[in-house]
Write a protein that binds this ligand. Structure first.
Ligand code: GLA
Length: 390
C-alpha cells in the first residue's frame, strides 16, 4: 500500500471513530475504472477490457448484530442515515445511500446473514465522470461485509451482487463491467473479461515501461438523461438479438456481420446498434492480441475506430467528448476514445510520453475556444482492485 493510501485509510478510520464512538473493525478500498475498449458490450454478453484507477472509495466499517445499518459520508449528505436491514426495499431510496444499502439488501436477498453495520465512506473517484464512482461504493461495502460476516464470496460474486443492488435496488439497468473491474482488477494489468461467463484474463498493461501514457480527460459534462438513453440502447440491442434469433448480440460472429445486417432489412436504428456491438467485440479481441504480442502502439487506431462507432452508430457521445478525441489525435496522440456509458463523462487518450504536454495543452485550448468548461486531465496508471487496507 502506498503511503498516501495508508494515510487515507487512517483518516477514514479516525473519522469513523469520531462519528460512531469506537474504532472500526477494518478499512477497505475499491477503485473506479476506465475502460480501455469494449463499450456497451457488457449487456450483450460481450467482451470488455477495463483497468482500475488509483482513485478509490474507502469504507471504514464495523459489524452490528442488531439489524441496524448506519451510513455516513462527508462527500454527500453529511449526516448519519440510520436504516433497519429488515425494511430495505428496492427503489425506496433516491439518495446516495441506495448504493451501500442496496448491497446489504442484495446480500440478504441472496441468503447471507448480514445483520447490520456502521459504515463511513469517503471517495476520491470523481462522481458523474463516467469513472464508476457508484460501482466503487457498492464493491467496497460488499467486500467489507464479506470479510466481517465471513461470507467467503469471491470477487466476481461480489460484483454480481453489487450489480444486482444497482439494477434492482437503485433501479439502473447497468451491465457487469464496472463492478467486476472494481472487484477484480490487478495493478499493472487490464482485465479482459468475457461478460457471458465472467471468465477473466489479466493482461499486462504497463505503458510507462514502453514510453507511453494514458490520459483521462474528464469533460466535466455530467451524464444527464443518460439513464433513459442507456436503457433505450439496451432495449434496441435486445430487439436486434431477437430479430436475429440469437441469445445476445455476442453470438453474431464478426465474419457474419454483413449477412446479419442484411437480415435486419431497413430497421436502420437496430442495424446501427448491432454494427457497433459486433465490431466493438471484434476490436476488443484485436486489442488483446496486440497487447499480448507486445504491439501496444498499434491499439491506437482501434481506439479511434471504437470512438467513431460509439459516436456514429451507437450515438452515445457528445460534442465535448468528440472534441477531446479529434483534438488529441490531431495533436499527435496515438489513439483516443470516450470511455464508460457516454453522454458526457470522460475520454481516454493514449499518447507518447513526450507528447503529454502538447496534447494536454491542445485539448485545453480547444475547450476554451469552444466555450466549454475546462476539462480535468490526469494520468491513469492501472491500479489494484478492491482490497482490505487496514
Ligand atoms: C456504464 C455501465 C456499464 C457499461 C458501460 C458502457 O458504465 O455501468 O455496465 O454498460 O456503461 O460500456
Amino acid at each position: 500500500m502506498s503511503e498516501s493510501s495508508a494515510a487515507a485509510a487512517d483518516a477514514v478510520a479516525a473519522r469513523f471513530e469520531e462519528l460512531y464512538g469506537s474504532a472500526p473493525d477494518g478499512v477497505w478500498a475499491a477503485p473506479g475504472r476506465v475502460n480501455l475498449i469494449g463499450e456497451h458490450t457488457d449487456y450483450n454478453d460481450g467482451f470488455v477490457m477495463p483497468f482500475a484507477l488509483p482513485h478509490t472509495a474507502v469504507a471504514a466499517v464495523s459489524r452490528r448484530d442488531d439489524g441496524v445499518l448506519r451510513l455516513h459520508s462527508d462527500d454527500i449528505g453529511g449526516r448519519v442515515v440510520e436504516l433497519a436491514v429488515d425494511d430495505l426495499a428496492p427503489e425506496s431510496d433516491k439518495r446516495w445511500t441506495a448504493y451501500p444499502a442496496g448491497v446489504v439488501w442484495a446480500l440478504r436477498e441472496a441468503g447471507h446473514a448480514v445483520t447490520g453495520a456502521d459504515v463511513h465512506l469517503a471517495s476520491s473517484v470523481p462522481a458523474g465522470a463516467g469513472l464508476s464512482s457508484s460501482a466503487a461504493l457498492e464493491v467496497v461495502v460488499a467486500l467489507a461485509l464479506n470479510d466481517l460476516f465471513g461470507l467467503g464470496l469471491r470477487g466476481w460474486q461480489l460484483a454480481r451482487l453489487s450489480q444486482r443492488a444497482e439494477n434492482v435496488y437503485v433501479g439502473a439497468p447497468v451491465g457487469i463491467m464496472d463492478q467486476t473491474a472494481s472487484a477484480c482488477c490487478e495493478a499493472g494489468h487490464a482485465l479482459f473479461l468475457d461478460t457471458r461467463d465472467l471468465s477473466q484474463r489479466q493482461i499486462p498493461f504497463d505503458l510507462a515501461a514502453e514510453g507511453m501514457r494514458l490520459l483521462v480527460v474528464d469533460t466535466q459534462v455530467k451524464h444527464s438523461h443518460s439513464e433513459g438513453e442507456y436503457g433505450k440502447r439496451r432495449e434496441g440491442c435486445e430487439k436486434g438479438a431477437a430479430l436475429l434469433g440469437v441469445d445476445a448480440l455476442r453470438d453474431v460472429p464478426y465474419g457474419e456481420l454483413d449477412a446479419a445486417l442484411a437480415r435486419l432489412g431497413d430497421d436502420e436504428e437496430v442495424r446501427r446498434l448491432v454494427r457497433h456491438v459486433v465490431t466493438e467485440d471484434h476490436r476488443v479481441e484485436q486489442v488483446v492480441s496486440l497487447l499480448e504480442s507486445g504491439d501496444t502502439r498499434a491499439i491506437g487506431p482501434l481506439l479511434i475506430e471504437g470512438h467513431a462507432s460509439l459516436r456514429d452508430d451507437f450515438r452515445v457521445s457528445c460534442p465535448e467528448l468528440d472534441l477531446v478525441v479529434d483534438t488529441a489525435v490531431s495533436a499527435g496522440a496515438l489513439g483516443a476514445r470516450m470511455t464508460g456509458g457516454g453522454f458526457g463523462g470522460s475520454a481516454i487518450v493514449l499518447v507518447e510520453e513526450g507528447d503529454v504536454p502538447a496534447v494536454t495543452k491542445a485539448v485545453e485550448e480547444a475547450f476554451a475556444a469552444a466555450g466549454f468548461t475546462t476539462p480535468r486531465v490526469f494520468e491513469a496508471v492501472p491500479s489494484a482492485g478492491a482490497r482490505r487496507v487496514r
